[in-house]
Ligand binder design. Structure first.
Ligand code: AQP
Length: 341
């Protein structure tokens, strides 16, 4: 059976190394993977409606959306095989979001830990959109009847909620039939959690305040070298084993990044650099990152030099996405009892 895989990123800023190693690199593998001659159907969105839920800069949103699509293509997502679209270009997302909102209990949303993390101490001032974010995410997934969703640790709870919303809909409006398939998490064995270069206990994030905390996919070789050189480490040498790395998140993060970029295990990296000064690892890591990322950056820059081409790819992606989603939305309206012409 063909797996229908949906995954998205928010155009909240420029994509960073964590987005690449934790998601995008695997998206390309999923697109190219085939089992028994059957390949996956992959849908990759730039979810701009999600990107406005925690404050945003209107002057930057359109370009960030284009740049997100450019990063997908530059990393190897092929728009002729996979769907690449901007969420706001497919209005069915927002419509299904509303329908699902009306059947999702507030209490369930209140249990979502990401809201608590993102809203921080000032939850009263957080937007309704941030609170209801998981419902829009459920709409993103269910609209396509996606069967699999690659998720990191931080999104597992949201996917559980999506399954719950799908079950509620099936029970209430489809007489218990599985109208919406319950999407499965797609665990990628190779997905890496990349941590901030300034604080190894925080994940690398595109909207974190300090640009020095992350490697952007648009950084040039000098900037990459500068950021790794300044990356926080500790007083010791590079650990040679997990035991030596215990309680040293910054050291283990650099080793993890090196391992992910070179498609190897962390122990292999520790065998090579263990016992040496961090400067040796940092220099090698900069060279490796530049070698792996510069073809992507170059391609992104080329694509961003021809905005009309990116816009045409997004338009075609949205048209294909609408063809796929409108029948589902029509069904849902009908099943919920709306008057349809
Ligand atoms: N540091 C990371 N390590 C591994 N994977 C990561 N992802 C994000 N950061 C890391 C993965 O990238 C995808 C895109 O996620 P998103 O854009 O929806 O938002 P996010 O997870 O919240 O990513 P950011 O970069 O931290 O964005 P902001 O700063 O806007 O919140 C997801 O698959 C995520 O797991």
């Amino acid at each position: 059976m063909t797996k229908r895989i949906l995954s998205c990123m928010q155009p909240t800023n420029r994509l960073q190394l964590g987005n690449y190693l934790g998601a995008l690199k695997n998206w390309v593998k999923l697109q190219d993977e085939a089992k028994d001659g059957v390949s996956n159907q992959c849908l990759y969105g730039a979810v701009d409606l999600h990107a406005i839920t925690n404050g945003h800069d209107p002057a930057a949103l359109a370009n960030a959306t284009r740049e997100t699509a450019a990063a997908y293509i530059a990393a190897g997502v092929d728009p002729s095989r996979s769907y690449i679209f901007a969420q706001s270009h497919v209005p069915q997302h927002a419509q299904l979001n509303w329908l699902l909102s009306s059947m999702t209990q507030m209490g369930k949303l209140e249990r979502m830990t990401q809201f608590k993390d993102k809203a921080g101490k000032n939850a009263e001032r957080a937007s309704l959109g941030l609170f209801a974010y998981p419902v829009l995410m459920a709409a993103d997934i269910l609209l396509y009847k996606a069967t699999h969703v690659p998720v990191g640790e931080d999104q597992k709870q949201h996917l559980e909620l999506t399954r719950d919303i799908a079950s509620v809909f099936n029970e209430k409006y489809a007489n218990g039939e599985e109208y919406f398939p319950l999407p499965e998490p797609y665990i990628m064995g190779t997905a890496t959690r990349v941590m901030s270069l300034r604080d190894g206990t925080q994940k690398m994030s595109k909207s974190a305040e300090s640009d020095m905390s992350r490697i952007n996919l648009t950084d040039d070789a000098d900037m990459i070298a500068k950021k790794f050189k300044k990356a926080k480490t500790d007083q010791g040498n590079v650990p040679a084993s997990d035991a030596e790395g215990e309680g040293r998140p910054e050291a283990m993060n650099l080793i993890g990044i090196y391992a992910a970029l070179s498609d190897t295990d962390m122990q292999v990296v520790m065998n090579e650099f263990g016992g040496q000064q961090f400067s040796a690892l940092k220099t090698a890591l900069s060279d490796l990152a530049v070698a792996k990322l510069s073809p992507i950056t170059t391609r992104m820059n080329e694509l961003m030099g021809d905005v009309a081409e990116i816009d045409a790819i997004l338009k075609a992606g949205a048209e294909k996405a609408q063809e796929l989603t409108q029948p589902t939305l029509d069904d849902v309206y009908r099943m919920m009892g709306f008057l349809r012409g």
